[in-house]
Write a protein that binds this ligand. Structure first.
Ligand code: DPM
Length: 328
């Protein structure tokens, strides 16, 4: 194959770091092929002034990249797996899942505040997050003491807003901070008992055309089987619950030496008052079945009622966003 393979990427700093890493790996494994990157803005990059929960669009960070592949302007796309909807458009598939970074959530406390984490922030301190998942779990734990406010923008923007004093602490993914070289800003890594992370957090998902065997072959070197098993179980759970990315659903997975896979799931009400939890272990080579089973357990534990309530609320919030990219 003597041609140029075109990789689509969002143009945020984090997205580009991730895409350049993928290109490097592909180039090393396939020295005879040229790999080029095409940068694009997605709807999620354009609408920065509206709370993520209100936009309520599942393909917020992926649609433009997917259209480009379907129109053959690009051959593959690199996503943060957690931003990739669990159901892909017809004709596209998840060609590879890369080795996961630490999937945990991290707390960054404002410089000058002597707190080792959320637990010892002063009463009434303001914590920034736009993730309903983080909001619900943290309210459950710290709702009496801390206040929570929405924060949007790329990682750089959010850290700047923190440093400018708009917040006392913000919650971000460990993975994003590490990839951008900002590990030393992490004040606290949240244990699973406090915050279960988002489905797919910390891994990259490589999407391509379903029928493009040549590209699928190239991508096999990127796939990390242990990560893929964990993430496929997590994604099957989310798909079965039919929650978009902006509902308070969290997970935690563990692969065991004997090949077993444990999946823990949580669905939380927005106020953090009602939590449904479930946990199961199954064979690691049947991750989808495990994800579906945990989703059914969650429904039996009250998740359906929580989700129905949120869907009704989010629908009533839905806004028409001026300047939004037309869905193409
Ligand atoms: C999604 C969420 C957030 C991103 C919601 C969630 C976080 C938004 C926020 C679906 N996508 O996690 O419950 O807290 O304001 C995003 C980040 C990364 C990928 C940044 C982050 C990097 C980490 C990774 C935004 N998408 O979570 O701090 O590769 O998983």
């Amino acid at each position: 194959m003597s041609r140029t393979v075109i990789i689509g990427s969002r143009d945020s700093q984090l997205a580009l770091v991730q895409t350049h890493w993928v290109r490097g790996e592909l180039q090393r494994a396939h020295p005879d092929i040229q790999f080029a990157i095409v940068e694009m803005k997605t709807q999620g990059d354009k609408i920065l002034d509206v709370a993520l929960a209100k936009i309520g669009d599942k393909g917020l960070f992926t649609k433009e990249l997917e259209s480009a592949m379907l129109e053959k302007r690009t051959d593959l796309a690199v996503h943060s797996l957690k931003d990739l909807p669990t159901t892909l458009p017809p004709g596209l598939i998840l060609g590879a899942i890369t080795e996961r970074e630490d999937p945990s959530d991290a707390v960054v406390v404002r410089q000058g505040l002597a707190a080792a984490g959320l637990g010892d922030l002063p009463e009434g301190a303001v914590v920034g997050t736009s993730s309903l998942r983080r909001l619900a779990q943290l309210k459950h734990r710290y709702g009496e003491r801390l206040r929570f406010q929405d924060i949007r923008g790329n990682l750089n923007t959010r850290l700047r807003k923190l440093d400018e004093g708009h917040y006392d602490a913000i919650v971000l993914a460990v993975a994003g901070l590490r990839r951008l070289g900002w590990s030393e800003r992490i004040t606290e890594v949240l244990a699973p008992e406090i915050s279960l992370h988002a489905v797919g957090q910390g891994a990259l998902g490589i999407e391509c055309r379903e029928a493009d065997e040549a590209i699928l072959d190239l991508l096999t070197i990127l796939n990390h089987t242990p990560t893929a098993r964990r993430c496929r179980a997590e994604r099957a759970m989310l798909r079965t619950l039919e929650g978009g990315c902006q509902v308070p659903i969290g997970v935690h997975t563990e692969l065991h030496d004997d090949g077993g896979l444990t999946l823990q799931g949580i669905v939380a009400s927005l106020d953090g008052k009602t939590l449904a939890r479930a946990c199961r272990t199954g064979p690691g080579d049947e991750p989808e079945a495990l994800g579906q089973a945990v989703a059914e357990d969650l429904k039996a534990a009250g998740a359906q009622g929580i989700l129905d309530e949120i869907f009704i609320l989010v629908r009533s919030l839905e806004v028409v966003t001026p300047g939004a990219a037309p869905a193409s």
